[in-house]
Design a binder for this molecule. Structure first.
Ligand code: ADP
Ligand code: MG
Length: 801
């Protein structure tokens, strides 16, 4: 058992505006326990923090300042937890902080760069790497991904997500067994045998979450997400199975309802969120107080699910994410206060071992049978029913092997069943009698045949006999030499096979490597046709991407007008820069992977040649030794030595390149997933924007009067903007990210101010001359698009004025 208080860490997010200084300081010199001091500027100290204290100091296990890299966070916070999960203990890492403070960035990662990947993908990578290294146990890994929104649980990996909206899916509910263990009904567990499969599940869940979210319902800041890795391990032959769970938790924003200050539906949401976090606080307060017997876990779904993580069988770590800007100081102080309470909670983690029930049942059945037999013997109970055919056959087999066994100590074990004992005696007696009768026959037969043989043979002459003996000796020697040679050859062949096997295994382990293994023909094909094979190699990614597209199900059915509008929307969207950047990086990585693949193939064939040469050389040496009647040299000669060192060098090179290729592959997959996600987001935002535009146009005017559209459009947009600011706690960054962006990004604004946007983008033909398709749906789409486009352009013009 490991007793441990919950570990608390703080992470400060880089500020949006750079010039805010002197608001906090980090003191790492105090003996071993670093502390964070938050300094209130004078104007704030008189304001809403009414006790007028000017600075607050909080202790943490470690504090990560603005420049801390994701790698550092993983190494220091997540890796130790993942390590204990691999040993069989439960683990939890949860991020707590206000919206926009970096919880999702820390737990899942940023959507822009590969280096921004967060704790979940890094932990998956680490765990699968360790599982591959450890061949002493058999492991199984399952993934589940739960979202809790307004006290309801949703399975983010439910395959029915494709067909239905979040509300239509069966809710995940909590069941408690008589031992008070929590079970989650309707939460699916998906087996993941590789890092790649697990990552796909993560991205699938994130995409499902994104699709369920609309700008009016930004669930991501108001819901809790729990990504769980379930790990079971078993040593071969053992009946004991170890289970461990690792929860990686992205909590809802911790901001208070008073500050959000919204009414109606939104207030209900905000209250719920606060309710949920409020219950978390209550549980934590109850746990940190001594002598409290009742802990109110059952009040909310989240505390029920995380019950073991809070004051139970788990190693738990909290990351307090802080956005230390002037306007966020009160929230940051409240986050730190929460952390200080959490740090008082003691957990007791135990190894979760259980006996495999199937093996246990077998073992118990056998024991019961043995006991029954023994009992029957002791109580002298006569069992009268006859032995079955199968039992008789089994007994006879036992007797035969007993008789054949040369060991004088061997025993005939038939258990304590008197019927079996009797049958054995009976059978033995029969055998003995049979032997007597046939035995006599055999002896007489042998004798007679031997005498016959002797009769036909003439005595051998002494000289001939000696000659034959010499020849025999000579042949014996020859055979011995040949056998030795054969043995050596066989050993070498086995070594070569083993090495080749290792190569192949290494390849197989690399989870569908981008380049095919050993077979020279395939290697050749690889070199000849790199582009199509790349497409093939990454076909899994293609499938996934089409899966994501299927989810949104939009693109294929778009009419021409809509497609064009989508292209423009995409071009002007802020995310398009990131997508393009990632595309570039991806291209580079692809060509690097291709080049590496080619070098690897070369290295492999070189290794093959070298091995061949060494074998040839060795055979020559042995043959020379035999023909000149010399002992075969034990040590390899100089040339062989040289070949061997070349071989080693080539193998080292191969390994280095292979490791790099593996890393590249993970990176490429991650980038692909990021891009898929970004594309889905873009499409979704486009759909929302399109629908809004269509409604606006229908309501306002059927005529295409340009200036008439300007006002209503801007009004809607402004009010939306206001709302989004309320949702996202006044974070500009978030507002821009979440709102579909009909306004061009700064990048494209620059473009449009230099060229003349109206001329540039408005269809040059009058509307009446546009060839319509005759399909009323498509035609109305085209017209709607032109109207929408004009409205964007007017807005651009107004913006640049
Ligand atoms: P939360 O999940 O707490 O609401 P996010 O993780 O979504 O916050 O972060 C808000 C924004 O700040 C995102 O755009 C994110 O990329 C960025 N961000 C957060 N933390 C960091 C960090 N440590 N370094 C760089 N950017 C960050
Ligand atoms: Mg978040």
């Amino acid at each position: 058992m490991v007793k441990q208080t919950i570990q608390i860490f703080a992470r400060v997010k880089p500020p949006v505006r750079k010039h805010q200084q002197g608001i906090y300081s980090i003191d790492e010199d105090e003996k071993l326990i670093p502390s964070l001091e938050i300094i209130l500027p004078r104007d704030l100290a008189d304001g809403f923090v009414n006790n007028k204290r000017e600075s607050y100091k909080f202790k943490f296990q470690r504090i990560f300042d603005q420049d801390a890299k994701q790698e550092t966070i993983f190494e220091n916070i997540a890796k130790p937890v993942a390590g204990s999960v691999l040993e069989g203990y439960n683990g939890t890492i949860f991020a707590y902080g206000q919206t926009g403070s970096g919880k999702t960035f820390t737990i899942t990662g940023g959507a822009e760069r590969y280096s921004d990947r967060g704790i979940i993908p890094r932990t998956l990578s680490y765990i699968f790497e360790q599982l591959q290294k450890d061949s002493s146990k058999m492991y199984t890994t399952h993934i589940s991904y739960l979202e809790i929104y307004n006290e309801c649980g949703y399975d983010l990996l439910d395959p029915r997500h494709e067909a239905s909206s979040l509300e239509d899916l069966p809710k995940v509910t909590i069941l408690e067994d008589p031992d008070q263990n929590i079970h989650l009904k309707n939460l699916t567990l998906h087996q993941a045998t590789t890092e790649e499969e697990a990552l796909n599940l993560l991205f699938l869940g994130d995409t499902n979450r994104m699709i369920a979210e609309t700008p009016m319902n930004q669930a991501s800041t108001r819901s809790h997400c729990i990504f769980t890795i379930h790990l079971s391990s078993k040593e071969p032959g053992s009946a004991t199975v170890r289970h461990a769970k690792l929860h990686l938790v992205d909590l809802a924003g911790s901001e208070r309802v008073a500050k959000t200050g919204v009414g109606g539906h939104l207030l209900t949401e905000a209250k719920y969120i606060n309710l949920s976090l409020h219950y978390l606080e209550q549980v934590i307060i109850a746990l940190s107080e001594k002598h409290r017997s009742h802990i109110p876990y059952r009040n909310s779904m989240m505390t029920s699910v995380l019950r073991d993580s809070l004051g139970g069988n788990c190693m738990t770590t909290m990351i307090a994410t802080l956005s230390l800007e002037k306007r966020n100081l009160d929230e940051s102080i409240s986050t730190c206060r929460f952390a200080q309470r959490v740090a008082l909670i003691k957990n007791e983690a135990v190894l979760n071992e259980e006996i495999d029930p199937r093996l246990m049942i077998k073992r118990l059945q056998k024991e019961i049978q043995e006991l029954k037999d023994e009992l029957a013997m002791v109580t002298a109970e006569q069992r009268t029913e006859a032995l079955t055919e199968a039992e008789l056959l089994q007994l006879e087999k036992l007797i035969t092997s007993f008789l054949e066994d040369q060991d004088p100590e061997s025993r005939l074990e038939v258990g304590a069943d008197m019927r079996k004992v009797h049958h054995c005696f009976h059978h033995l007696k029969k055998l003995l009698n049979d032997k007597k009768i046939f035995g006599n026959n055999t002896v007489s037969n042998t004798v007679s045949s031997e005498s016959k043989d002797q009769d036909c043979q003439e005595p051998l002459k002494e000289e001939e006999y000696r000659k034959l003996r010499d020849i025999l000796k000579q042949r014996d020697n020859e055979i011995n030499i040949l056998v030795n040679m054969l043995k050596k050859e066989k050993k070498k062949a086995q070594e070569a096979l083993h090495l080749a096997g290792m190569d192949r295994r290494e390849f197989r382990h690399s989870q569908s490597p981008p380049f095919p293994p050993g077979n020279p023909e395939e290697g050749q094909r690889m070199r000849l046709s790199s582009a199509p094979s790349q497409a093939q190699d990454f076909s899994i990614l293609g499938n996934r991407s089409s899966l994501l597209h299927k989810k949104t199900g939009m693109r294929e059915e778009m009419s021409l007008g809509r497609q064009e509008a989508f292209e423009i929307f995409k071009r002007d969207h802020a995310d398009s820069v990131t997508i393009d950047d990632n595309k570039q990086i991806l291209k580079q990585r692809f060509s690097e992977a291709k080049a590496l693949g080619e070098s690897i193939n070369e290295a492999r064939s070189k290794i093959g040649h070298l091995k061949e040469e060494i074998t040839q050389r060795h055979i020559q040496q042995v043959a020379l030794g035999i023909s000149e009647n010399m002992a075969v040299p034990l040590m390899p000669d100089q040339q062989e030595e040289k070949l061997r060192s070349q071989l080693e060098e080539e193998k080292r090179r191969y390994k280095t390149m292979f490791t790099r290729l593996k890393a590249l592959k993970v990176e490429i997959e991650h980038l692909q997933l990021l891009m898929d996600k970004a594309k889905v987001k873009l499409q979704k935002e486009f759909e929302v924007w399109w629908a809004e535009e269509a409604t606006n146009l229908q309501v306002k005017s059927p005529a295409v009067n340009s200036l008439d559209h300007t006002k209503p459009f801007l009004q809607t947009s402004d009010s939306q903007h206001e709302q989004s600011q309320l949702f996202s706690n006044k974070s500009d960054v978030n507002a821009r990210k979440i709102l579909p962006s009909p306004c061009p990004s700064p990048h494209s604004q620059k473009q449009s101010s230099t060229s003349t946007p109206l001329e540039d983008s408005i269809p040059k033909r009058p509307m009446s001359s546009i060839p319509l398709t005759g399909d009323s749906q498509t035609d109305s789409d085209i017209l709607a698009f032109i109207k929408a486009r004009q409205s964007i352009l007017q807005k651009q013009c107004l913006g640049s004025n």
